[in-house]
Write a protein that binds this ligand. Structure first.
Ligand code: V47
Length: 432
């Protein structure tokens, strides 16, 4: 199979000795491709030797992806901001009838899909609030409308909390896990191609109860993604940081994701001859000589009968206009460090995304050198977070994305949602 992920890897590299002796053993583990513990993660967060942390993350990133950096041509569609919840960190939600509340009509959605198709986009990322009274059929109609207008477009839609909301309103298949699966099947039948990583926030009950009470908890979020994976859908995971959570809670979040991914990838790893440690750890790492087949899970990989988590996306908290506006939000250094720690701890996630909309493009460029291999895409419209003074037209051209990637020292690779290389001739494209 030809794919971006099977390109020749960078040769195995050695790390310069960290200035902080507390990092020496961690650096040795990273070089050897061994799993890091939560205590290692805490040391990576605590050290003043930030350069050593970034170098370790860069080594892992280059071992997986060489000098490739991924982007896509996509469009985000926030179909409605009307939401039954009132999460404190969120400036997007409105109540029905409140100033600024909106619901895009089916005609608007069709028009967006046509624009996406005509501009050669490969993906439509569709999420919204938990609308209190739109019926389930509205969501399947929305997917069908997009598919009718733009059959080639991959539809990545609905965060886990939206899926649970749809399960409740559809009353399909009961309240539990089977009900989630029934809803996902209906959505897949209507055109759903994968799940985005949103709504995970931070997997911690204290933070949940303080900042996003009413949202599903971590176990339900993880179950929705497990159900999606069992049905063959790929998905992503986010982590919203820099608000009221502790760094230890970020590490716990990463550990829960990592454990679930271990279970998901176990059969694939065995089929590929990738060692699975006695405690079940599947570490995706080089050098390539240790992995004679494919080094990364990709659609169609041998032994892969389910979907899996593709990408971890650390999201820096934007305080503007939220109920937590008094908080300062994370600094640039904290953004770099958190992304690097995510690359190091989430050793079984193929990709780490620096979402330029929230990180900013200059920050995403730096993060490519700190563990990120993806910066998301052209986006066009984005309503969930806005840079100060900006509206929801937040678009970057392909030329700017490529320039940012090249300037950071990497080779831009256009990918589709599933990280397959895209071959393009203007607005027409195919997976290579
Ligand atoms: O779920 C909301 C977060 C997420 C704020 O899967 C905020 O490829 C920061 O999930 N400050 C939506 N973050 C975005 C998202 C996403 C983005 C790009 C790519 C993918 C992917 C997923 O944004 C929400 C929530 O966690 N969010 N408010 C805020 N004030």
């Amino acid at each position: 199979m030809s794919s971006a992920a099977t390109a020749a890897p960078a040769p195995a590299a050695r790390l310069r000795a960290p200035a902080d002796p507390a990092l020496a053993q961690i650096a040795r583990k990273v070089e050897a491709g061994e799993r890091l513990t939560a205590a290692d993660g805490a040391a990576l967060f605590a050290t003043r030797d930030i350069h050593a942390v970034l170098r370790m993350a860069d080594l892992v990133r280059r071992r997986l992806h060489g000098d490739q950096a991924f982007f896509n041509i996509n469009r985000h569609l926030n179909y409605s901001n009307v939401c039954a919840l009132s999460c404190k960190f969120c400036a997007f939600h409105r109540k029905k009838g409140q100033e600024g509340a909106y619901e895009h009509s089916m005609d608007d959605i069709r028009a967006e899909a046509r624009k996406a198709r005509d501009s050669g986009a490969t993906e439509m990322h569709v999420v919204g609030g938990l609308h209190p009274w739109l019926p389930f059929g509205h969501y399947t109609d929305m997917l069908r409308a997009i598919r009718e207008e733009a059959p080639q477009l991959h539809i990545k839609a609905f965060t886990a909390v939206e899926i649970v909301h749809l399960q409740r309103i559809s009353k399909r298949g009961g309240d539990g896990y089977e009900g989630v699966k029934a809803v996902l099947r209906d959505l897949m039948e209507a055109g759903l191609g994968s799940l985005p990583g949103g709504g995970a926030e931070v997997f911690d009950d204290r933070v949940h109860d303080e900042a996003f009470k009413g949202k599903i908890r971590s176990d339900q979020w993880l179950d929705v993604h497990r159900a999606a994976h069992e049905l063959g859908l790929n998905s992503n995971a986010t982590m919203l940081y820099g608000h009221i959570e502790e760094r230890s809670e970020r590490l716990h979040h990463m550990e829960l994701l990592r454990t679930q991914q271990d279970h998901t990838l176990a059969a694939w790893a065995q089929a590929q001859g990738i060692p699975v440690s006695p405690d079940g750890a599947v570490v995706l790492t080089g050098p390539a000589a240790r992995y004679p087949h494919e080094r990364l899970p990709m659609p169609g990989s041998r032994g892969l009968t389910t979907g899996y988590f593709q990408t971890i996306i650390p999201l820096p908290f934007f305080p503007n206009a939220s109920e937590l506006e008094h908080l300062p939000g994370p600094t640039g250094l904290e953004n770099l460090r958190t992304l690097a720690v995510a690359r190091l701890m989430l050793d079984n996630f193929p990709h780490v995304k620096a979402f330029w909309i929230m990180q900013t493009l200059p920050m995403a460029q730096l993060e490519l050198q700190a563990g990120a291999d993806d910066i998301d895409g052209t986006v066009v419209w984005y309503d969930i977070t806005k840079a100060v003074g900006e509206g929801n037209h937040q678009e970057t051209s392909v030329a700017d994305l490529k320039r940012a990637i090249r300037e950071a020292g990497f080779v831009p690779v256009e990918r589709d949602t599933l990280y397959r290389r895209v071959e393009r001739d203007g607005a027409s494209w195919r997976v290579g």
